[in-house]
Design a protein around this ligand. Structure first.
Ligand code: AKB
Length: 314
């Protein structure tokens, strides 16, 4: 049985990944952790520890105490907030990762670290962005994501640490709201549609981005960590895709369910510049070939599920 530690568990992905992992592997086998104690109560349905990813000593103590063999490293600043605090973004995204890899080398555990569509830049092909292509991101978030992919590859090649990861699109979910990303609008729009019948979008019409519904995102992480290592040519940077749309398309889909819903625009120049530098649509055939990745949700099925779930909750 696996013994898993999730670092940075109180964010958008962690609050859904932790219950998903506990269902699969057993409540007591999944330790959730974050830098603070006031976290969503669901994280405390099983073991919970306070860990600052910049404190390697504490991380090693917790990993030893629980006999951890797999770490999901979710501690990171997202793209828009990273642009406001580039030095802190480097410190957390790279410093945290380096600490985790060092402890993994010492204690021999596997590490999942998400990369992102942010690892691409304006000189990467925008359509069907290949698995292996030019990566010259122009945001600090993207710089940390490319460097993180390379660092994880290095720790595998040099020290044999079982490092793995996927390049996530924007993730849409209905439990914890995302904090400080460029793709956040595609979450907030559902809340505002139900609560106000109006949404002000901070990206321009025609801004295509890859997106994925949370149930696909959590399953991708687990399937990646369970994949047969002998089949993996790439390890730390699999493109995973599910749907690609622009703001007007998600608006039109919501309009089918929420009578009278309207969307206006007030463009955030920082987010717009980041979005313009990212792919419109990634090619994820390597993930499909090497470990059988398949998405389940598209824009219509996700929208139906998001609205039904949120209606019950709001
Ligand atoms: C962000 O917008 O920063 C993230 C991402 C795509 O990595 N959601």
């Amino acid at each position: 049985m696996k013994k898993i530690l999730v670092i940075g568990a109180a964010g958008q992905i962690g609050t859904e990944l932790v219950p998903f992992l506990r269902k699969l592997y057993g409540e007591s086998n999944v330790v959730a952790s974050d830098i603070r104690d006031d976290v969503p109560p669901v994280l405390k349905d099983g073991p919970y520890e306070i860990i600052d990813c910049l404190d390697g000593k504490r991380l090693a103590e917790v990993a030893k105490a629980h006999g951890i063999d797999t770490v999901y490293n979710l501690a990171a600043l997202l793209s828009a907030v990273a642009e406001a605090k580039p030095q802190l973004a480097w410190k957390v995204n790279m410093g945290g990762l380096l600490n985790i890899l060092e402890v993994a080398r010492e204690l021999d555990f596997a590490v999942f670290t998400p990369s992102s569509i942010g690892a691409f830049g304006p000189s990467s092909p925008k359509q069907d962005t290949p698995q292996d292509t030019i990566q010259r991101p122009t945001s600090i978030y993207g710089v940390t994501k490319v460097a993180g992919e390379l660092l994880c590859d290095y720790y595998f090649a040099r020290f044999g640490v079982d490092t793995r990861g996927v390049r996530y699109p924007g993730i849409i979910s209905n439990t914890a709201k995302p904090g400080g990303g460029t793709t956040d609008y595609a979450v907030h729009i559902y809340y505002d549609a139900l609560q106000h019948k109006h949404y002000t979008c901070n990206l321009q019409p025609g801004t295509y981005l890859d997106m994925m519904y949370m149930p696909d995102a959590t399953r991708a992480a687990v399937e990646m960590m369970e994949a047969d290592p002998d089949r993996l040519v790439h390890r730390n940077c699999f493109n995973v895709a599910a749907m690609s749309f622009a703001p007007e398309h998600i608006c039109a889909e919501i309009c089918k369910h929420v009578h009278g819903f309207e969307m206006g625009y007030s463009i955030d120049p920082v987010r717009q510049a980041i979005a313009d530098s990212w792919p419109d649509r990634m090619d994820d055939s390597a993930a499909r070939e090497e470990w059988g990745w398949q998405h389940e949700y598209d824009l219509p099925s996700m929208t139906k599920d998001m609205l039904t779930t949120l209606k019950g909750r709001l």
